[in-house]
Design a protein around this ligand. Structure first.
Ligand code: CA
Length: 220
């Protein structure tokens, strides 16, 4: 899951980025409201964390513009403005949820999980496919009820594939999902992680459609 964070406060931005990375998300951080639209135009994000008081274009204006442009991604507002009128305006402008600063990082992570879950149309917090299960809250996977030890990247890759069973994701799409800006991507990293996942989950778990990408077949 790749998240975009728009926040100009260096301390809050750094702690949110670090906290959500520890939860297994790729988090790209920008500090100016004018950078939001170009970032969304070039990279597919699963969620936007949006500060309202941003230089360049304010958060509410940026939100209005991205909703006008048809962007569907969930938006979580991070705001120091705790007036009821501001919260209502944020939600009515197209935000899905908000948190008032200062907030607890665990609560932020839980709200992110809830929004991502809703976005994919799931109600069950655990993603299940056949005997395979992935729990985004605990970042853990199991096969036929038995826990499977996976690295953070393997979990991110598995999560991306499980979100859309049957739909192949190309190597570059998978790289986008598991690496953020400025993170070094080794040329065969995805293949290495796929190989390792197949070894741990069974060789037939992840299929390859030649020239298209990798996918996990839909359950029967
Ligand atoms: Ca701010």
């Amino acid at each position: 899951m790749r998240l975009l964070l728009a926040e100009d406060d260096p301390m809050i931005g750094a702690s949110v980025q670090r906290g959500l990375r520890q939860e297994g998300y790729s988090v790209d951080w920008l500090r100016d409201g004018r950078e939001i639209a170009p970032a969304l135009a070039t990279t597919i994000y699963d969620l936007l964390l949006l500060d309202l008081g941003l230089p360049g274009i304010g958060g509410l204006q940026a939100l209005a513009q991205l909703r006008e442009s048809g962007a569907q991604l969930p938006v979580l507002i991070l705001t120091a403005r705790d007036a009821v009128a501001d919260r209502i305006l944020g939600l009515d402008t197209g935000a899905d949820d908000y948190l008032v600063k200062p907030f607890d990082l665990d609560e932020l992570a839980a709200r992110v999980r809830a929004l991502l879950r809703r976005q994919t149309g799931r109600v069950d917090p655990v993603i299940r496919l056949g005997t395979l299960a992935f729990d985004p809250a605990t970042r853990s996977a199991s096969l036929a009820g038995q826990p499977v030890a996976l690295s953070a990247r393997e979990l991110a890759l598995l999560e991306a594939l499980l979100e859309q069973p049957g739909k192949p994701l190309s190597r570059s799409q998978l790289e986008e999902r598991i690496y953020g800006w400025g993170e070094e991507v080794e040329s065969n990293a995805v293949e290495v992680h796929i190989h390792s996942l197949r070894r741990k989950l069974g060789t037939q778990t992840i299929k390859n459609l030649r020239g298209v990408g990798y996918f996990i077949p839909k359950a029967d």
